[in-house]
Design a protein around this ligand. Structure first.
Ligand code: SF4
Length: 215
């Protein structure tokens, strides 16, 4: 049987987040997500999509011609063949980033992928879905992202960072929930707490219209 995935979109843009922010990148958005974060900005990827076999996906990525590729969603790990796509991309010499919501087992991914995993704060309303065992499956080079909607989320994030010693184990990114928390507030809180983490703004929302798709 030919391996396939349900895909919402494949496009080239500039990586907007993480330690790769600013680098041209091909995005492969896999359709579907088991979570429903309150502030989700990709709800258009929850359903629909087009079934594509792996060869067709790889050929489109090759046409776009960028060495950096991100598998995102939705929740990419909700589709079983995501790990296979990552393996094929690595074999072709691509740098492969995976952006995951943190509710699925990241242990299925090939070790050479670079994982950016969310820990869901209470303001997302998805806190119960954090799969804490994933923290022991990540590599020191992987990244943890926490989207902060308000001061209560920030205080919760501080406690989680401290309880799990996250900043000495991984790169930690804190993002203001777009439209809910001003970046300036989060920046000032991080400085006041002397936090060894990165303020993670979604560059694409400042370069293009915040609701633009495919950028
Ligand atoms: S995990 Fe990501 S795609 Fe899924 S609901 Fe949350 S923000 Fe949206």
């Amino acid at each position: 049987m030919v391996a396939s995935l349900i895909i919402t979109e494949i496009y080239a843009s500039v990586q907007g987040e993480s330690s790769y922010a600013g680098i041209p990148c091909t995005f492969v958005r896999l359709t579907g997500c088991p979570l429903r974060c309150r502030w989700c900005d990709t709800a258009y990827g929850f359903s629909g999509g087009t079934e594509m076999d792996l060869d067709a996906i790889l050929s489109r990525i090759t046409e776009l011609g960028l060495p950096l590729v991100e598998l995102t969603g939705g929740e990419p790990l909700a589709q079983q063949n995501c790990a296979l796509l990552a393996e094929r991309l690595l074999a072709m010499g691509h740098r492969v980033l995976i952006e995951t919501g943190g509710s699925e087992d990241v242990g299925v991914l090939p070790p050479k992928t670079h994982i950016i995993m969310d820990i869901k704060c209470p303001g997302s309303l998805m806190q119960e879905r954090n799969l804490w065992a994933n923290l022991d499956r990540l590599k020191p080079t992987d990244e943890i992202k926490m989207v902060v909607a308000d001061r209560a989320d920030f205080d919760w994030a501080l406690k989680i960072i401290s309880d799990h010693q996250l900043t000495s184990r991984f790169n930690v990114l804190l993002s203001p929930a777009f439209g809910l928390l001003q970046p300036k507030d989060l920046a000032e809180w991080m400085v006041a707490e002397k936090l060894n983490a990165r303020l993670n703004l979604q560059q694409h929302k400042y370069i293009w219209h915040p609701r633009a798709k495919g950028v």
